[in-house]
Ligand binder design. Structure first.
Ligand code: NQM
Length: 365
């Protein structure tokens, strides 16, 4: 089982602004430890260049989606997202990924888990990482997945067929600490979770503008130290426990918009600075900006009523439709959230994992 000389069927896809290896769950070992060990070898981790595997030497290109027919009557397919460490032998199921989610519907059609409709197909997805549901709708003229289209998303050259992703009203608390603002490691933040646990931080509180290039922010040693401190403390406050070895919560620095959007962001995922922003990360930022008394007040420019918010990021913007309503208990919750992404099959074939190296066991977070 460990050698896999015959290889494993794999589809490499771009999902939104990320890229990952998509598998049928049944093609991988059922035991999570064996599965993770195999995925490290498939992606070429741990190695900063991932030279011996499919990974692209960045967290945004070191991702895996496992898809299977769902036993849940509310869903057509189950999607498990796994973040594969680049330099660390770590595979984590602690976070979801809304970008790879964009490829799940087309993958499910390609692999005959779902029958394509005409002229479009909606696939109901249960996201196993969080238990949340999503619906992905994409054009399938003549029952075939459309490859070309007019949808452009920031961070991806050209245009392609749109994938509309809709998340129903969130089940969990929008404010995991119960507060619109907390002081964490001496800094005022808003801890929010509209699909991705995220800590909103005014950029100026960390002595940056929030408009810097990701590379410059990554190279700032003092900033890295402050972010780490905030993240460890916020993680505990958000009920996530010790987050030292996990990829959540994310940290989004907020700054006034520069290009007609609602806010400018620089997001840490959690060590590397995102070249754009995650889908669910942006959904959490958008909802967090609508929380009364949150740290976005005085920074963000919001339209007077609900609807679409344009989240600016280093390579453009991501439009998120969401609204926040307050219940009788005074607690805010997010309404339906929707985004448009694109996805593309890059190759479909057989991947041959690096032979097993029994000198280390993967660390699961
Ligand atoms: O927030 C990066 C990405 C993501 C996750 C990350 C994502 C999301 O851009 O839904 O898509 O935050 O690690 O793929």
């Amino acid at each position: 089982m460990t050698g896999w000389p015959e290889g494993i069927r794999c589809t490499l896809m771009r999902g939104g602004t990320s890229k990952g290896a998509y598998f049928l769950a049944e093609d991988l070992p059922a035991d999570p430890a064996d599965r993770d060990d195999l995925l490290l070898r498939v992606m070429g981790s741990p190695d900063p260049r991932q030279i011996d595997g499919l990974g692209g030497a960045h967290p945004l290109t070191s991702k895996v989606a496992l898809v299977s027919v769902s036993a849940d009557p509310r869903a057509d397919v189950d999607y498990l997202f796994l973040q594969v460490g680049v330099e660390e032998p770590v595979v984590s199921d602690r976070q979801n990924c809304g970008n790879l989610l964009a490829g799940v519907g087309p993958f499910a059609v390609e692999r005959a888990l779902v029958t394509a409709g005409e002229p479009q197909t909606s696939v109901r997805v249960r996201m196993l990482n969080t238990g949340d549901l999503a619906v992905a709708t994409f054009p399938t003229p003549g029952g075939r997945i459309a490859v070309t289209g007019e949808a452009g998303i920031s961070g991806v050259p050209g245009t392609a067929a749109p994938v509309l992703i809709e998340f129903p009203r969130g089940g969990g608390p929008l404010l995991p600490t119960g507060n619109p603002r907390d002081v964490v490691a001496g800094t005022e933040v808003t801890c929010v979770d509209n699909g991705m646990p995220t800590v909103l931080i005014p950029a100026t509180a960390l002595d940056v503008t929030g408009h810097e290039a990701p590379k410059d922010l990554e190279e700032a040693q003092a900033l890295a130290g402050r972010l780490r401190e905030i993240r460890l403390a916020a993680g505990r406050l958000m009920g996530l426990g010790d987050v030292e070895h996990t990829t959540v919560p994310k940290l989004s620095l907020l700054a006034p918009p520069r290009d007609g959007g609602a806010v400018a962001t620089r997001t840490f995922i959690p060590v590397r600075c995102h070249t754009s922003i995650g889908v669910l990360g942006a959904a959490s930022v958008a909802a967090g900006l609508r929380v009364r008394g949150g740290v976005g007040e005085g920074i963000a420019q919001l339209p007077p009523t609900g609807g679409r918010l344009r989240i600016e990021h280093p390579t453009g913007f991501l439009d998120v439709e969401t609204d926040v309503a307050y219940g009788a208990d005074g607690r805010p919750s997010a309404s339906r959230t929707a985004v448009v992404r694109t996805a593309r099959k890059i190759f479909d074939g057989t991947v041959f994992p690096r032979p097993a190296d029994r000198s280390f066991r993967p660390f699961r977070s």
